[in-house]
Unconditional design. Structure first.
Length: 337
């Protein structure tokens, strides 16, 4: 049996937070231990340049994300863990794909359409104001990430489904022109993956600036949890767990029986101060061992670098011969030996 290749990328523009952890990192790390799949996980640093022109931030984020995944026990003997920019064949493939991608397809990309809509609503004369070619053609770079390793399955958030469909379109077009080189990838949406609310009750997201970093030191973690917005109900009043941010976070970490107990405490009128204390203690004890490893790794960046280089070597065992085949297919080759 050939193993299914699963692949996903993490854009290196932020610090991993609790929402990233439960929604993406935790399931990916669990999958890295499954001997029946062949996982590819990478730091999407070229993607970072699309929205972030701060070199220090991109560098720091790459370090933090790599340290996080390693500290959480990513199995790098099974998973290929690499930095996109260490695999230059991806960029080369991006151009080959760019040349078979209809501009009209890119016109329909959500991220681009949202930027145009915002300009129009703001009364801008130029609907493309602030839109770089990077943003416009970003789905092609993402298609190259996926097709380079002929991934079968791509675990992503709902906002990325369209990009996977575009990757399929682009792969189909290339295959039609040049022969069957690419697998058509499928998006995998994990309906069980929790979506966490953030400090202000909206979805936890770096764009809302309401996140709780996963490996925040203990004192700061306590402070942030104390800042989570709650309603003004008093201790003793029965409370609704379903609309409570504290509960949504607790539930993403605790076992079903622990969750059932806390649900009862809500019915019995637990006070917000006490619930915040319980939540802090719970998360803190859960993340503490990985946080220690994270801090040690952050002090030893050469160890992280080494892991990423080994990952890139494994990735290039595939990408180097494959790009050679693709060059041949499109007619780019030496005239004589
Ligand atoms: N665009 C993805 C995001 O913002 C990150 C990403 C880049 C990705 N390349 C990918 C995800 C390839 C899956 C496959 O979340």
């Amino acid at each position: 049996m050939t193993k299914a290749t699963i692949l996903t990328g993490i854009t290196t523009t932020g610090t991993p937070h609790l929402g990233n952890y439960v929604g993406a990192i935790r399931p990916a790390i669990a999958a890295s231990k499954d001997p029946n799949v062949s996982p590819f996980y990478f730091l999407a640093d070229y993607h970072a340049l699309i929205k972030c022109h701060e070199p220090e931030r991109v560098r720091q984020s790459s370090l933090e994300i790599a340290a996080t995944w390693l500290a959480l026990g990513l199995d790098t003997s099974n998973a290929v863990f690499y930095r996109q920019s260490d695999v230059p064949e991806i960029m080369e493939l991006t151009w080959m794909l760019t040349c078979v991608t209809a501009k009209g397809l890119m016109n329909r990309a959500h991220a681009y359409k949202a930027a145009v809509a915002e300009n129009e609503e703001g009364g801008e004369k130029d609907p493309d104001k602030g839109v770089t070619m990077g943003l416009f053609s970003y789905p092609i770079l993402m298609a190259a990430d996926i097709l380079m390793f002929n991934a079968h399955k791509v675990p992503v958030g709902k906002d990325q489904i369209q990009h996977i469909e575009m990757a399929r379109d682009i792969a189909g077009r290339f295959n039609h022109l040049y022969g069957e080189h690419f697998v058509l990838p499928e998006a995998v949406i994990d309906d069980n993956a929790a979506t966490l609310a953030g400090l202000d009750g909206r979805k936890m997201s770096k764009s809302y600036n309401n996140t709780i970093p996963l490996f925040e030191p203990e004192k700061k973690l306590r402070k942030l949890i104390n800042k989570i917005k709650t309603n003004s109900q008093e201790p003793g009043e029965p409370k609704d767990p379903e609309t409570c941010t504290l509960f949504s976070i607790y539930r993403a970490f605790a076992t079903p029986s622990e969750v059932a107990q806390i649900r009862q405490r809500y019915a019995d009128g637990i006070g917000w101060g006490e619930m915040k204390q319980i939540l802090f203690e719970y998360i803190n004890q859960q993340v503490a061992p990985a946080r220690d490893r994270y801090e040690a790794l952050m002090q030893a960046p050469e160890h992280i670098e080494q892991q990423l280089r080994e990952g890139a070597e494994k990735a290039r065992e595939i990408s180097v011969p494959f790009i050679k085949e693709l060059r041949q297919a499109v007619g780019i080759s030496r005239i004589s030996a």
